[in-house]
Ligand binder design. Structure first.
Ligand code: NI
Length: 136
């Protein structure tokens, strides 16, 4: 029997979507307003889900206090009120799309959570646009 527990989190961050190998015109065509050289911000909403067996002694899949602290240290402290392109090492050479941000978040958390637990990252870039990464 496996149960999924989830924790919501939030960060505000700025980014610019841009491919260095392309002309400004092509970047503008593909990324639209998101290619704005002056950056723009999003209110990112994050859901971290952990799936696994219920531990017989605690009744927990994972201690949510631990998960909360992990998200705070590894994600919120690193991303909140940052310019992702310029201040977060992973995005120096990686376009900070919602897809890539969700993969980076997954990678940051994976090694900190017991390997028996499945990890899913869901990231909302807007209330209607969101991406999911499960490590595949
Ligand atoms: Ni954007």
């Amino acid at each position: 029997m496996k149960v999924t527990v989830s924790r919501k989190a939030h960060f505000n961050a700025a980014h610019r979507l841009y491919n260095n190998d392309w002309t400004d015109a092509r970047n503008a065509k593909i990324f639209g307003k998101c290619a704005n050289p002056n950056f723009h911000g999003h209110n990112y909403e994050l859901i971290i889900s952990v799936k696994g067996e219920i531990h017989p002694e605690t009744g927990f899949v994972m201690d949510m206090k631990v998960l909360k602290q992990l998200i705070h240290e590894e994600i919120e402290e690193q991303f909140d009120h940052k310019n992702l392109n310029e201040e977060v090492a992973e995005f120096k050479t990686l376009n900070p799309t919602a897809e890539n941000i969700s993969v980076v978040i997954w990678q940051k958390l994976r090694s900190k959570i017991s390997a028996e637990l499945e990890l899913t990252v869901t990231l909302y870039e807007t209330p209607r646009n969101f991406v999911t990464y499960t490590g595949e």
